[in-house]
Design a protein around this ligand. Structure first.
Ligand SMILES: *[C@@H]1O[C@H](CO)[C@@H](O)[C@H](O)[C@H]1NC(C)=O
Ligand SMILES: *[C@@H]1O[C@H](CO)[C@@H](O)[C@H](O)[C@H]1NC(C)=O
Length: 278
């Protein structure tokens, strides 16, 4: 049974599951995150002269932590599954300033990654990860940088109905403000981050209904809806419920209370009588 499903997945698809572990295998043994748990990211370390990757002695790309946020004294992290607005004030060392020149000029991406499994050092142990790129925009000047520091940070995760699948499908962060802040070396910049989680995206074009044990979560294209509801689904359903209750109560009031009141006071008849007299 399982083998035939696997065969179906393989034959229907010249496609390959993404992401794979370092061994090229589908990452099945992930430790899922719990909602609210801290998610740590690390980012590609780059040479400030040309933006080239730094490599270790095994020719592996070196990752280092995101710059320290002054608010927490720790590198930027996220709360799994929690949409929130947060600030992270970073200091522009000489090195970070030169890296931002490369990021804003789009010579190199500001690439970070999210471990699929919450197990400590899972990526170092060969575990799969999801990229999270910070697309900062701005302008480069001879003496300073203008940086748009207002960013939307979007995560998509498998449906919240299966806690054992609490991991990532995709993530991206991009500047979306109209205010650029002028930066020189030594300055601090507060990043205003609007962190949003999509936990209920339908996976279209899924090949396998029976994926459990074969894939970390259901395959498919986790598409944003065409009629975009820019709030979390739980808030959306609460609003729908409130609207239904309000509409229901209003129509109850109109149908029960209002006509009785009208019957009680009959000004229409009196006026009609008066006009007849007239
Ligand atoms: C972020 O910082 C601004 C001031 O720079 C403040 O008004 C806002 O409340 C802060 N937001 C959060 C979520 O802490
Ligand atoms: C843009 O910058 C001005 C001046 O610093 C500030 O008053 C305003 O709140 C900023 N707007 C946004 C959207 O950050």
């Amino acid at each position: 049974m399982k083998l035939s499903v696997l065969a179906t997945i393989i034959t229907l698809a010249t496609a390959q599951w993404y992401p794979l572990g370092r061994d090229g295998e589908i990452p099945l043994a992930i430790s899922p995150y719990t909602v609210g748990e801290e998610v740590l990211i690390d980012c590609i370390a780059r040479n400030i002269d040309n933006g080239e990757h730094k490599f270790d002695d095994q020719e592996r790309i070196i990752y280092s932590s995101f710059p320290i946020c002054k608010e927490t004294g720790k590198p930027l992290s996220f709360k799994y599954g929690i949409s929130e607005d947060k600030n992270c004030t970073i200091g522009f060392t000489d090195q970070l300033y030169h890296l931002f020149q490369l990021y804003i000029h789009e010579d190199v991406p500001f690439s970070c990654r999210l471990p699929l499994s919450k197990e400590p050092n899972s990526i170092e142990k060969g575990g799969a990860f999801i990229p999270l790129t910070f697309n900062f925009r701005g302008e480069i000047h001879d003496s300073h940088l203008d940086v748009d520091s207002s960013l939307n940070v979007l995560f998509s995760k498998p449906t919240s109905k299966r806690p054992e699948e609490n991991t990532f499908i995709s993530a991206v962060a991009f500047s979306s403000g109209t205010n650029a802040t002028r930066i020189v070396i030594g300055d601090s910049l507060t990043l205003n981050l609007a962190v949003r989680w999509y936990d209920n995206l339908a996976n279209t074009n899924s090949l396998s209904k029976n994926y459990q044990g074969l894939l970390p979560y259901a395959d498919g294209f986790y598409k944003l809806p065409i009629n975009f509801v820019p709030i979390s689904y739980s808030s959306f359903y609460i609003i729908i419920l409130l609207v239904a209750l309000t509409a229901g109560s209003l129509s109850w009031i109109l149908s029960n209370f209002y006509p009785k009141k009208l019957k009680g006071y009959k000004p229409v008849d009196a006026e009609t009588g008066f006009s007849k007299l007239d």
